[in-house]
Ligand binder design. Structure first.
Ligand code: UTP
Length: 233
């Protein structure tokens, strides 16, 4: 199976703990023995700090995005370093390069591509481009809720939702100041247009990520966790 994984910077690069990078690398290495794997890393705290600094200096939002992209690519380089010879040695700068890199048989690791989105969108576009079997958005939230659970105590979590419903939820959350949606609106739209199966899950525990990816990807023993975005009944 072909798996595209969006690995949130907030879970991978927290405190730049090298042990954490190595643990995720071990899990990804195991998955790649059975499946073709492409990983898109997020920027996490470092990206936020750099963007805040640039904004405070009066930088425009596109410049801030370019700064964020650089940090996501740095995290990609770090993860590739942790994967050693199992990683493709370059960080693809666009989707065509990623597609070519995939043919090497190595794990492809990349970061952001273009301003105005996050790495969730990069992962969704890559999954669409490569006709991936599965897109996994690995984050620090345990799934998609009816509204932002940090702002609304009545928010309920979904085990499974349609892409159309995801778009409605994401747009409603994005309209509310201070709320953060679990999936980037661009990613939600891509998931809807290509009818891709996607899983949003809490992957702060690398071992759980491995279990879920293996179970879900092989469909042998699906581990129920997070929220499935699917058109299937
Ligand atoms: P992230 O994908 O890390 O955003 O990109 P995030 O929502 O903060 O995700 P976590 O916390 O890592 O899970 C960091 C920033 O980089 C820019 C955006 O400014 C984004 O907020 N970026 C990233 C882009 O402009 N384009 C991209 O393709 C990717």
């Amino acid at each position: 199976m072909l798996i595209v994984l969006s690995l949130g910077g907030s879970i991978l690069a927290k405190d730049l703990d090298s042990d954490r990078f190595l643990k995720y690398a071990d899990v990804l290495r195991n998955i790649s023995k059975k499946h073709t794997l492409l990983v898109v890393t997020g920027g996490g705290e470092a990206a936020r700090h750099y963007i805040e600094a640039a904004r405070a200096m009066g930088a425009d939002e596109v410049t801030c995005d370019y700064i964020g992209i650089e940090i996501t690519r740095l995290n990609a380089r770090l993860l590739a370093a942790a994967l050693g010879s199992d990683a493709y040695p370059e960080i693809p700068q666009n989707y065509v390069e990623a597609s070519k890199a995939m043919n090497s048989g190595k794990i492809v690791v990349m970061g952001g591509i273009t301003p105005g989105q996050t790495t969730d969108a990069v992962a969704a576009i890559l999954a669409e481009f490569l006709r991936a079997d599965l897109l996994t958005i690995a984050t620090s939230i345990d799934g998609v809720y009816s509204s932002d659970p940090n702002c609304d105590p009545t928010a309920v979590k979904y085990d499974k939702i349609s892409p159309e419903k995801l778009i409605n939820i994401v747009m409603a959350i994005e309209m509310k100041a201070g709320s953060k949606s679990p999936v980037d609106p661009v990613a939600a739209k891509i998931i809807e247009r290509c009818k891709l199966d996607a899983l949003v899950m809490d992957a702060r525990d690398p071992a759980l990520l491995g279990k879920v990816l293996d179970g879900e990807a092989s469909k042998k023993s699906p581990v129920s966790c997070g929220t499935w975005i699917t058109t299937r009944k």
